[in-house]
Unconditional design. Structure first.
Length: 347
């Protein structure tokens, strides 16, 4: 007699095989359906192996992206006071320098004159704007001295030389306005340092950054016996945050030739309820490269009348009325040079 257990199992065996076969068939159909679906949805001619290869590629790419994201270092904020500062500096203009040398001594400055510290996150993004025409010799010294200083100050910065095209009367303030607009097209700058090309700080503790009030940086020039020529003086080098600059409608566009535009800027700042912040006279010492008056930058006879009316003119003359044409943008290793047509001098 057969073991009843065995008998039982023998009795269900044909049924189980049938069930298994059915399950396999259903599975096969499901897989087939899935592939047919993938084929139609992708709309491409893709075979089984291509499909799996692509899936693998995608999944490894995603892993890489996540890896990159997760290994992206979050830098600490740079300290309020940079540990790299050395204090007073010896500045002289008798040494001969070449741009090639300046380039070699600043290996971390990127094309266009851009730099940011690699170990910490700068608190501000600073565009340095230089009004310019035919002062290449001065620019060399500026780059030679300023790049190392700005790096020691741990700044995230870019250097923009705004070059006035043609030979008509120079317009410093309009070039500075253009620098503001053009620099903002390149990076999210929130601080603007406006510097004459012939002024070099004599102490790296004079930080080229923005403060809660517009900052005058060249407060103690050698040519003025290391002091201010007058209390309201705002010429040479100054720093305004994006908000401060916008609050005064930028700088005037109507000062053609030498003088007065810096006084107009001072008037704008005060009339908007702001005050001037300054370093002390020792920290703020700076040297000017001596030079003769440039051609087409004669004293502007209209300047006294213009600065007497800043409050009336500043809302309609400034960044909101600025017109110009960019003729050329050159990315040099240590600076970006933007050549502009600033239009005709009004008669
Ligand atoms: N600038 C140029 N090219 C020019 C004129 C001016 O690049 O042809 C720029 C340059 O950045 C300069 C700034 O505008 O530093 C201010 O112009 P400036 O240096 O002429 O003004 P500053 O008040 O000198 O420093 C005036 C001439 C003094 C002549 C003294 C003669 N002994
Ligand atoms: C004032 C000018 C300013 C000029 C300053 C210093 O008289 O634009 O001298 O000039 N203001 C007027 O002329 C209204 S400097 O000695 O550097 O040539 O910045």
């Amino acid at each position: 007699m057969k073991d009843p257990l065995l008998q039982g199992s023998a009795a269900v065996l044909p049924g189980t095989s049938l069930q298994k076969a059915c399950k396999l068939l259903v599975l096969f159909c499901a897989v087939h359906l899935a592939f047919t679906l993938v084929y139609y949805v992708s709309g491409r001619e893709m075979n089984f192996f291509q499909y799996f290869y692509q899936q693998r590629q995608n999944s490894s790419k995603n892993t890489k992206e996540t890896e990159l994201e997760s290994t992206e270092v979050v830098l600490p904020d740079c300290p309020e006071s940079s540990p790299l500062l050395v204090g007073p500096l010896r500045i002289e203009f008798s040494i001969s320098i070449s741009l090639d040398e300046v380039m070699k001594t600043n290996p971390y400055v990127k094309e266009g004159g851009l730099y940011k510290p690699k170990d910490c996150k700068s608190l501000q993004k600073i565009a340095l704007i230089i009004p310019f025409r035919k002062r290449d010799e001065h620019l060399k010294y500026w780059l030679y001295y300023l790049h190392p200083i700005l790096q020691r100050q741990q700044l995230d910065y870019g250097v923009y030389v705004i070059n006035q095209d043609g030979d008509s009367t120079f317009n410093r303030a309009k070039l500075l306005n253009i620098g503001f607009v053009e620099a903002l097209k390149e990076y999210d700058y929130n601080c603007f340092v406006f510097s004459d090309v012939d002024l070099i700080p004599m102490d790296d503790k004079n930080i080229y950054k923005c403060y809660s009030q517009p900052r005058h940086l060249s407060v103690s020039m050698d040519k003025f016996g290391f002091g201010l020529p007058y209390h309201q003086y705002f010429g040479g080098v100054s720093a305004l945050s994006k908000e401060q600059f916008q609050r005064i409608n930028g700088f005037p566009n109507k000062f053609w030739g030498w003088g007065g535009e810096d006084d107009d800027i001072y008037n704008r700042i005060v009339s908007r309820g702001m005050s001037i912040s300054r370093p002390d006279a020792v920290t703020g010492k700076c040297k000017m490269i001596r030079h003769e008056r440039d051609e087409k930058n004669e004293p502007n006879p209209k300047r006294f009348d213009l600065i007497a009316h800043t409050r009336q003119t500043m809302n309609s003359d400034g960044i909101n009325s600025l017109t110009y044409k960019v003729l050329k943008t050159e990315k040099h290793p240590l600076y970006t040079k933007i050549t502009v047509d600033i239009g005709p001098v009004p008669s």
